[in-house]
Design a protein around this ligand. Sequence first.
Ligand code: TRH
Length: 366
Amino acid sequence: MAAMQAHWDIFCRVIDNFGDIGVCWRLARQLAAEHGRRVRLWVDHPASLAPLQPGVDAALPRQSVAGVEIRHWPANFPTVDAAEVADVVIEAFACELPPAYLAAMAARRPAPGWINLEYLSAEPWVESCHGVASPHPTLPLVKHFFFPGFAGRTGGLLRESGLIARRDGFLAGLPPSSPLEISLFCYDTAPVGELIETWSAADYPIRCHVPPGKPLAAVRAHLDGPGPWRRGGLEVLPIPFLPLDGYDQLLWRCDVNFVRGEDSFVRAQWAGKPLVWHIYPQEDAAHEAKLEAFLDRYTATAESALAGAVRQLFLSWNRGSGVGAAWREFASCREALEAHARTWAGSLASGPDLASSLVKFCTAGL
Ligand code: TRH
């Protein structure tokens, strides 16, 4: 393998929504900016990247932004020469590499490093699968499974260098806000109507920021017209879809963040503020175990009333009922929740970041 593994290819197939490309783009940017790698990001649907990153033109087959070469991954991938294959190839979320590229990988000497980047899960089994090698049945190639995670024996979480200091600098310059500021990013199956009723009956003012797409659709199923809306002390404000870095700032300045999927869920943890997670639903209900596994970790050091309030709100939000009572309980422990979220972010930040773990893993020899 080439010294330093200078050249990396990341393959990303957009399944739906923004999470797959959000994770891949973050990783690509960080490998280029912090690890000096030459990164090509192959994405089958560049239009999903454009809203996340200013300067991306979804119509271009090839462009360079933030030090990363972005390439459209076409349905008919052209024949590739072995010399064009990168030192390390990342297949994001088992997206299945184009056969022409795989053939070129097999012809390359030395063979490239081949990583399957997996989805995040807090489940304990992840530790025993992280880093496991899987030889290709017919080609002279070995794929390695690389798991993000919360535990020591995983790849850790995506975290750019200086992120916590940037967050704290941003918050230090912010004037205090009197309404409770909430961001609401969820799937359209969330029991948003019940939450809106609960919030409008609260004896404290609330301002809720709602991005377009599924969260706004969920709100519109309950409130008439295009918004903004006011109900008692509740204001509900539709907001535009923000670029990744602007979305981070929204999470930092809100008092409570409703997030979903994988990447916004991780960013809300770095925000160090109370969060509520709408997990990506899976057909076989595999997400239930993932949700419980995260709750177990997140509440392990919390005293029991706090742990109960967090668990109740997460479960009712994901199961679709009982969210009103759960919110009231959650809100009544807000101060303790804030301290807990801050401590949680601090302890996660003392662990490895995913891009550095990946570089180390590949450098140690695949
Ligand atoms: O969009 P998501 O639901 O994404 C995913 C995908 O559905 C994927 O297939 C699934 O496997 C995965 O969830 C678990 O949620 P996520 O992961 O939070 O991704 C949203 C991205 O959008 C994240 O990178 C943050 C970004 N974002 C912005 O940049 N600006 C915004 O205004 C908002 C609301 C989000």
